[in-house]
Design a protein around this ligand. Structure first.
Ligand code: OGA
Ligand code: MN
Length: 294
């Protein structure tokens, strides 16, 4: 069985066949998938009936797993999944949909804003791998935008203007956009802003991309309103239809994406229905900008 990757759009998002990723891979197979990621930035696999352990093992082919603490307000005792799995479902520990006014649900609504996973961490994520265990059939699509193509389409002047800009990212900012502002002192400390370059260069392909995310709250050295207006404008540009792929979930799809070169968001759905989505995250290996001393 040979791995085959078919483009879902000409240059962005590919569908992989000819491989069972719930089983151990050879290094050559893992390399072929990584090369597919470098080309397509998003890869889709159908019908992969993962256990959490198999999903973690598959993810480790691409690097060490990122640990989840610091990325959510859910208390360890209330977690449904183990600390290496990000719970992207709408469920509590009892596997029931969270109540409409549940603080955890309201926090997770931030996933409906265009973002890049863990851009709020000093060393942000490499890949995310999202397994749809129970999916909804109405709404709940996940949309992806290609930040390489979005960068390429900027005019020369804008490219020069943004080349060395550094942004501040924090969950305080993305949640603040939704009016989710009631945070404990401990949560505020956990969400201390970090710095990221606005233009990144992919370590393998050398392609430049826009590093945008709803977690951005300002640009270093700019007045905040000017920074936010500009980031909003860039985000509108970068998420135009021609740069996007829309994933409509089937049960047991696995979608993996490169957070260094893409943004994504989930669309709304009836949250009285169960949507059980489980994410593993492959850690990045370096900062994109110098951090403030603690
Ligand atoms: C994520 C995320 C979107 C979704 O897993 O990082 O943003 O479709 N998920 O649930
Ligand atoms: Mn996400």
């Amino acid at each position: 069985m040979a791995i085959k990757i078919t483009g879902l759009t000409p240059d962005f998002a590919g569908e992989v066949s000819g491989i069972d990723i719930t089983q151990p891979l050879t290094r050559a197979q893992a390399d072929a998938l990584e090369a597919g990621m470098d080309r397509y930035a998003v890869l889709v696999y159908n019908d992969q009936r993962f256990t959490d352990e198999q999903q973690k093992d598959f993810s480790r082919n691409f690097g060490a797993l990122e640990q989840t603490p610091g990325g959510n307000i859910t208390k360890p005792a209330d977690r449904r999944l183990d600390p290496e799995m990000a719970d992207v479902s709408n469920l509590g520990k009892d596997h029931q949909p969270l109540a409409r006014d549940d603080r955890r649900r309201l926090f997770n609504l931030g996933n409906q804003l265009w973002h890049s996973d863990s851009s709020f961490r000093a060393i942000p994520a490499k890949y995310s791998l999202l397994s749809g265990r129970i999916v909804v059939d109405d709404g709940g699509n996940t949309e992806f935008a290609d930040m390489r193509a979005a960068y390429d389409a900027l005019d020369t002047r804008t490219k020069a203007d943004i080349e060395d800009l550094v942004c501040e990212h924090s969950l305080l900012y993305s949640r603040g956009t939704l009016g989710f502002t009631e945070l404990s002192e401990e949560e505020k400390r956990m969400f201390t802003p970090v710095r990221q370059r606005l233009v990144r260069t992919h370590p393998v392909t050398g392609r430049k991309s826009l590093y945008l995310s709803s977690h951005i709250g300002t640009i270093i050295g700019w007045p905040m309103p000017e920074a936010r207006a500009f980031i909003r404008d860039l985000t509108e540009h970068a998420t135009q239809k021609q740069f996007t792929y829309v994933h409509r979930w089937r049960p047991f799809d696995l979608v993996m994406w490169d957070n260094r070169t893409t943004m994504h968001r989930v669309r709304r759905f009836d949250e009285t229905k169960v949507r059980d989505m489980r994410r593993t995250t492959v850690a990045g290996d370096s900062v994109t900008a110098e951090q403030l001393a603690a």
